[in-house]
Structure formats: C-alpha cells, structure tokens
Ligand binder design. Sequence first.
Ligand code: DCP
Ligand code: MG
Length: 371
Amino acid sequence: MRYGLLTFEEPQIDSSRKILHVDMDAFYASIEIRDKPGLANQPVVIARHPEVTGGKGIVATCNYKARQYGIHSAMPAVEAYRLCPKAVFVPGRHAYYQEVSQQIRDIFYQYTDLVEPLSLDEAYLDVTHNKKGDPSALRIAQTIQREIYETLHLTSSVGVSYNKFIAKIASDYHKPHGITLVTPADAIDFLKDLPIDKFYGVGQRSIDRFHELGIYKGADLYQMELDDLIQSFGKMGYSLYFKVRGIHPSPVSSHRDRKSIGKESTFSHFTQDEGEVITYLDRLALQVYTNYQQKGVRPHTVTLKIRYQDFTTVTRQAKHEMAIMTLNDLQAAVLDLWHTYGDLSQSVRLLGVTVSQFEVEGIESFPLNIE
Ligand code: DCP
Ligand code: MG
C-alpha cells in the first residue's frame, strides 16, 4: 500500500490469539461496600462530602445504585449531592485500592505472565498459551471472574476476543459482572454495529468531527477510504481503518517486560524561559508518574531529554539507589537533571522525561532484568 512517499506493509488479520480484558465493576465503590456491609443497597459515592470540602471534591466513582441518579466519575461532588442528597459519600483510600489491585493481578499471573495493566482496575491478558493449558479463553474468563469473586468478594466484567481493541470494548458490553465473547467470525458485525464514541481511543473532539462527516457507527467508518481517514484524522485514522476491519496486532505487553515509561512533548512556541521549562517538566513528570503508578512499578532511573532549536538533542540520566516512589521525588529528580545539564543559551523545542529500571511492587520486590 502506498501513502505519500512511504510504503506500508499492510497489517493482516491475525485471529489466532486469545485476549481477555478484565475490568472491575465500580471498583473503588465495590471495595468500600465489601468492607462496610452497611453500605450495601445505598447509593455510594467515592468523594469527600461536599460539606466537608466546601464543595471542592470530585467523584472518583460510584456504585450502580448511585448511577441511577445520574452520578458518574469526574463529576463535582456538589453536583452528585444535588442529584442525590441521601447518597453516602466515602473518601477514597488510594493506597488500599492499590493493594487490592495487586491481589487481582496475582490472580491473573496464575494464568499467564502476559498481563498488561491499563489502570488499577483493568488489564489485558494474553491467554493464548496459558499456564493451565486450557484452550478455551471463555472458560478462563469465567474461572478468573469466579476466582476474583470468591477470594476478593468483588465483581468484574470480561471481554474475550482475539485482539486487545475488541476485548476492551467487549468487557464494557455486559457490565456489571458480565462476560462478552466476540469470535473472529462475529467481529466485523460487532464493530460495524458499534457507535463511533465506543471506539476506544477516539476522543470527544474527534467524535464531533466524525459526526460532522456523517460517521456515526462502525459501518460508516468501514465505508471510508484509507487516504481520507488519514487526511482527516492522521495516525488515528490509519489505525481506525484497520481496527474496524478487526485488525489490531498490538501485543499484550507486560510491565514485567517493559523497560521504560516516558513522555515527551514539543513546545508550540520554542522557549528560553526557565519558568516555562520547569512548569513543563513538572507536567511531564506528573504524566509519567501517573502512568507508572497505575502499572504498579517503581523506577530507579530517570532520563531527561532536551532538544534545542537547532535540533541538538541531549539525553542525561540519573540512577537512584532508592526507587522513586512519590511524585515529589520524581519532579525533584527531573529538575536536578535540568539544573545540571539544561542550557538556555538557545531555545528549547522539546522536552522528554523517561523512567526505567523497574522493581515490581509487593513484598517480593525484585529488580528486573534490564540492561
Ligand atoms: N477513577 C477515578 N477517576 C475517574 C475515573 C476512574 O478516580 N475519573 C477510579 C475510580 C474507579 C476506578 O478508577 O473505581 C476504575 O475506573 P473505571 O472507569 O473502570 O470505573 P469503575 O470501575 O468505578 O466502574 P465500571 O463498573 O464502569 O468499570
Ligand atoms: Mg472498572
């Protein structure tokens, strides 16, 4: 296939893999209800009560009963209170949710080492070659779901398919406590029926743009020419062209194999202003921190990348004896590198922050095999 001057090898459908996407139901709220049975049957909102915060809090999540009132994640707690004044507001306990998340991952690892967490409450599992020698991905999904329920008293929903993209969408299909299997034979119909806003990775701005182009569901997307999709949506358009055809070769990449997590970004206008550089670095550090914290890994090495106006690029690394556990520590480590190696005699066009050399969280922390 030709596009511009580049020739692409067209991705091919590979339906030989067996992928699960497991997503916990109303995760934080379910944990609180499990621990305080008095909360069962009441609308439960994970947020500090707006009367305590002076109205500043945000809803992390809520149980399904609270959702009936229109309450949802990321809503101001004040609004949740207005929608349902009798709801019980419970402050979140993040460190505890991380522990529970680790217990869930330990269950996954009994089936496969190919586990890719997306956040505390969801992960992809590649069970093509699993530790139980079970050829049925559906049966493994049922067993994992049951085991999470029996050992941790929490419900989950599972999508079962042959690629990550379909499995992720499928896990949302019969929530809560559902399992949805999409076989290779069903995949195209499943994707054609799917509203465009359910295509994972398509943000609100792109959804509006799709609607403007008259594209409301998978079937409309399927009609589009590859070149037109690339023209309108760039890299995402390219990837959607294949996704709607059931093609998504992305492997399940376990953090146990992952060597680094990083984020870089180009300034919209190049800068020689140190204040601006520092604000930018703090923000990159926050994004990287959020990402690795969700994956439950602890890095020992921080790398700063600086690209100057003339495209000279420097990368400088610092290795820390203690793992970098807090956002403050990461931001301090990044600033340290900047103060040592940064140079503002010319403008900066790009900055990047990467962490590497991970240990896995938990009692049996062990250093990973990283060069
Ligand atoms: N979370 C958060 N802030 C958000 C979204 C989520 O703090 N804006 C937290 C609380 C959730 C957890 O992440 O419990 C998992 O997010 P999900 O989107 O999977 O939501 P839930 O698990 O709560 O509900 P669902 O049953 O819809 O998956
Ligand atoms: Mg969830």
